[in-house]
Ligand binder design. Sequence first.
Ligand code: TYM
Length: 329
Amino acid sequence: MDTVLSGIRSTGHLHLGNYFGALRNFVRIQDSYRCFFFIADLHSLTTHPHPSDFHAGVKTILAEYLAAGLDPEKSAIYIQSDVPEISELYVLLNMLAYVGELERTVTFKEKVRQNPNNVNAGLLTYPVLMASDILVHRAQWVPVGKDQEQHLELARVFARRFNNMYGAEVFPEPRNMTFPGGAVKVPGLDGTGKMGKSNGNGIYLYDDEKTITKKVMKAVTDSGPTEPDSPMPEVIENLFTLLKLVSTPDTVEYFTGKWNDCSIRYGDLKKQLAKDICNVTLPIKERIDAIYNDDAYLSKVVASGRERARASAAATLAEVRKAVGFKPF
Ligand code: TYM
């Protein structure tokens, strides 16, 4: 069985974009792959979260992923910092990573531009830690979005370089896992593009009915179609994209017809959209609340994930150490 690995940022909340973009696919593949899902708490230290917020961020995102359907019986769900083998591999891979190639990473250059006062070495070596996350389980498949493809390419480079340097086939080269239908691009509610890109344009899985309705009713629209069958401006198309994700084909057809004959009332469209989003997210919200407040359950999940992840990681590190030339006295 092939191994799939996905790393989850430990800050913020899950929104509809995460859910329809990748998460639903993760839930589906749990039976057919050996899955590792982890919360990347070490990565988040590049931005120096306050110690009093750090744990809550991890707990929140863990509860939200579990509520959305990641199953700790099927998959290893763990916290990155619980697996010290990742940090050990990171040290070893750092010796093979060249400063020049790390400096050329698009995400690094972007961070330098955004935050010139915090260009720390952890930021520069972020792709090395990410490669360690992946290679520590010798994962063949890593689903990533466009912005992380370069990091995955670097993981392949480090895997190859390690194998060549030490003359051992320790690591497979991880490839991007794509899903049937491709990655769904979920637009935000402010007409500016992807959900989650800017503050306040997203519907979160933990939002309650009132919040969702309020957000959808405030979504940006235009003054309405003036000619039959006219092309939709982006802001309206975005609402239809969301509708297609959460509503029945009949509903989509009904409102498309209303657009085409210019009788559409955006208020009605939004009311329907809010109702159908709620149908998808409110059951998840209920589970989020229950799981977040069940410390005994969370601690069991984390312990079992840690155990499975460490067993896999320790087996890899044994081979890595042997290849590098460490020997017991
Ligand atoms: P991020 O926050 O962009 O995405 C989190 C996880 O969601 C999945 N994902 C996608 N999968 C398929 N298609 C997409 N369009 C898509 N967008 C997001 C990815 O599986 C991703 O893991 N730096 C990473 C976090 C990370 C990581 C890792 C990811 C740290 N170590 C090791 C993979 C492997 C990030 O920003 O992911």
